[in-house]
Design a protein around this ligand. Structure first.
Ligand SMILES: *[C@@H]1O[C@H](CO)[C@@H](O)[C@H](O)[C@H]1NC(C)=O
Length: 215
């Protein structure tokens, strides 16, 4: 009875490890010369030990409630995979050396910030409080810096197509699409107030203010 010294090579799989243990129990401590490679790792081993909850990930119960974990796992029951280097930015170690990254992060260790569809127009992808987002140059906005900013505004259905540049709808002109176009000019001091529509000065009237009221 008592404790038996047992030897393992690190590279043995679980089955071989158990076999090595059985061999050890009958008294042949296996510093096996025909072992594939690697160093023998000796540790104290109690063949009657029970571990409850049981050892996970092929860990071996070496004393009551003490698991020997294989490389890549740790914790009381070898329940945790470990990742070196550690997973960054809140990544979770799924299995040894394999991180699952939160969205917005990538790379083997979740060390890379990853803005889903990139940042356009010179925007820079950075992590803000653990969330990846684009920081846009001053004349662009939107989640990907895809929207230009026109500080003057684009009126009358115009749209901002580049910083400070409006594309105007038909019948409007000007930096902010604020000038109506009358293809035939308004006469007698009338003002073009919307596409092809004049506002006339009294006493003129008509589509182009071409008529005069008689009193
Ligand atoms: C391990 O636990 C078993 C039962 O739980 C007990 O009989 C045994 O004596 C324990 N071994 C040691 C070394 O404490």
């Amino acid at each position: 009875m008592g404790l038996v010294r047992c030897c393992f090579t690190e590279s043995l799989k679980m089955d071989l490890a158990l076999l090595a243990c059985l061999v050890t129990v009958v008294g042949i401590c296996a510093a096996r010369s025909d072992a594939p490679r690697g160093v023998a790792v000796p540790f104290v081993f109690d063949p009657t030990a029970t571990c409850n909850p049981p050892c996970q990930h092929a860990g071996i119960c070496i004393r009551n409630n003490t698991c020997f974990c294989y490389r890549g796992y740790e914790g009381e029951t070898c329940q945790y995979a470990n990742c070196y280097p550690k997973c960054k930015n809140g990544g979770e170690c799924l299995r040894p050396g394999k991180c699952r990254c939160p969205s917005g992060f990538g790379g083997k260790y979740c060390h890379k910030v990853n803005c889903d569809s990139g940042c356009w127009n010179g925007g820079e992808c950075i992590a803000v409080n653990g969330v990846a987002k684009c920081i846009c140059p001053s004349s662009w906005t939107g989640s990907k810096c895809q929207e230009a900013i026109c500080p003057q505004g684009c009126r009358n259905g115009g749209s901002c197509v580049a910083p400070g540049i409006c594309s105007c709808s038909e019948g409007w002109l000007g930096g902010a699409c604020h000038t109506a176009v009358c293809h035939r000019p308004c006469l007698n001091g009338g003002k073009c107030v919307s596409p092809d529509a004049c506002r006339c000065r009294a006493p003129y009237f008509g589509p182009r203010c071409e008529e005069r009221k008689m009193f």
